[in-house]
Write a protein that binds this ligand. Structure first.
Ligand SMILES: [Zn+2]
Length: 475
């Protein structure tokens, strides 16, 4: 597919308002039209700059000229140029971009860096699937964020290429993990770096204490670290599908854990809650029971107002249809909203509805506009599919390891057959290679057949009470 040129970002004549378009392509929204205009101008600038780069000339010379022209840093220039070069390797997506100009440079850079580990052999498939992902299927669809696009690319790579593991890097902690800097104005900054789950657990305690005592986060942090306050009990939910053997574990905010970290945190869990059936639970009582709360947190991930990133565990449970008006306390009538967006909703400025099948939330704005929000938590249908794919991918990788090990064993057997009087090399009766396959392959073969058996999010939450305490401490 070659360049499909569009010399205008204005709504195409052939697009009627009911055609599926992303919300930022809405021809009736002047700000959306201006956004596309800006995207187009910036994209065309970088198109020109990318063409201007002279391969014969040293990089630094090229960059110096571009720094002068654009006022941007060398690093920004390099990242933008790389993003443009990668887009050239994705002809469908490039044509889509040149037609609609949906993607800003931030998203294009996210695509470039997410694809950095991809084998070029998969680019054709990745191109088609990424283009389809970024093509609207319903009117007013929200454009995925840069983060969501990167996450989708990672999931595609996980699915397509069994030879790489995008998510299982061993924890790599930098050597300098802690420092303090005294400032001129009598303040000081503390820096500390942890693995993400540890940081998320500390942050949860800081926020809980700040909320309870109505003090700032830094003050709460100081009280905890100096031991002046023992802190309050914090529940952290870890999520894991129990119908998928060896399913990965999700730690809120830190994301999917590698197996080493997962084991570490699971041993700290004091309580295991099975969330099966909780989706059907319903009560007249106002208060949300803990299991139901764990389910909503796991579905929503963050506040359900589009673009809001307040983690679900710090959000209120909002009754979509007010409890006072007969709204029940049940999964289909509850959503996580941060205090600010909860207040906006309660004051009647905004209304929303929940699509109970997909978990999508549609916000109704004044003047008849609407905004859509997709659930981000580990129990959302999208994450559920990812879990299945993850297991299939590990299965496929293990199959390959087993096949290689079996080939080695066979080659060794043939060799010893030929040189019968040569002393045994040792270990090939059970086969070192065979072991590799067995150890790495705890999955049963029929797993593959189970994929997508139940698109509904299922799983259970394992609650780590006082997560920084040793195993078994808790209720
Ligand atoms: Zn919010």
């Amino acid at each position: 597919m070659s360049n499909v040129r569009s010399n205008s970002c204005k709504p195409r004549e052939d697009v009627s308002p009911i055609d599926p378009l992303h919300s930022i392509n809405d021809p009736d929204d002047p700000y959306a039209v201006a956004t596309i205009e800006a995207n187009r101008a910036v994209f065309n600038l970088w198109r020109r700059l990318a063409n201007h780069v002279n391969a014969e000339v040293d990089c630094d010379v090229n960059y110096a000229a571009l720094v002068r022209s654009t006022g941007l840093s060398r690093r920004e220039i390099e990242r933008n140029l790389m993003a443009m070069t990668t887009l050239d390797e994705l002809p469908s997506l490039r044509a889509h971009q040149q037609q609609l100009h949906l993607l800003d440079m931030h998203r294009l850079r996210a695509i470039d860096s997410a694809l950095a580990m991809a084998d070029r052999g998969y680019f054709h498939e990745l191109d088609e699937r990424l283009t389809s992902y970024l093509t609207a299927t319903r009117p007013g669809q929200p454009l995925p964020t840069a983060r969501a696009i990167a996450k989708r690319i990672k999931a595609l790579l996980d699915e397509l290429d069994a030879s790489i593991a995008t998510d299982e890097e061993e924890p790599e902690l930098p050597s300098a993990t802690y420092s303090m800097r005294i400032n001129d104005d009598g303040t000081a900054d503390l820096f500390a770096r942890f693995d993400a789950p540890t940081a998320a657990a500390i942050d949860a305690r800081v926020r809980a204490l700040a909320r309870e005592r109505k003090i700032g986060f830094a003050a709460a942090h100081a009280l905890l670290v100096t031991g002046e306050d023992k802190g309050i009990k914090v529940n952290l939910n870890l999520y894991r599908a129990h119908d998928v053997p060896d399913a990965p574990v999700y730690f809120p905010r830190a994301g999917w854990l590698n197996p080493v970290r997962a084991q570490e945190w699971l041993t700290k869990s004091a309580t295991v809650r099975d969330l099966d059936g909780v989706a059907e639970f319903s009560t007249d009582a106002y208060r949300t029971p803990e299991r139901l709360e764990a389910l909503i947190e796991g579905r929503d991930g963050v506040c359900r107002y589009p673009g809001c990133t307040v983690p679900a565990e710090f959000c209120d449970n909002d009754h979509i249809r007010n409890h006072a008006d007969g709204g029940r306390t049940e999964a289909d009538n509850l959503a996580k909203l941060c205090r600010h967006h909860h207040n906006l909703k309660t004051s009647g400025h905004l209304r929303y509805v929940l699509d109970t099948v997909t978990g999508h939330v549609i916000w109704l704005l004044p003047h008849g506009q609407w905004l859509e929000d997709e659930p981000e938590g580990p129990l959302s249908p999208d994450s559920r599919r990812w879990v299945q794919t993850f297991v299939q991918r590990r299965d496929a990788r293990n199959e390959r390891a087993r096949a290689r090990a079996q080939a080695r064993k066979q080659a060794r057997d043939e060799l010893s057959e030929k040189t019968r009087d040569t002393p045994d090399q040792g270990g090939d009766a059970t086969g070192g290679g065979q072991d590799e396959g067995d150890v790495a392959c705890p999955w049963s073969a029929d797993l593959l057949a189970e994929s997508d058996a139940d698109p509904q999010a299922e799983g259970h939450a394992e609650e780590a009470d006082r997560p920084d305490q040793p195993v078994g401490v808790g209720q």
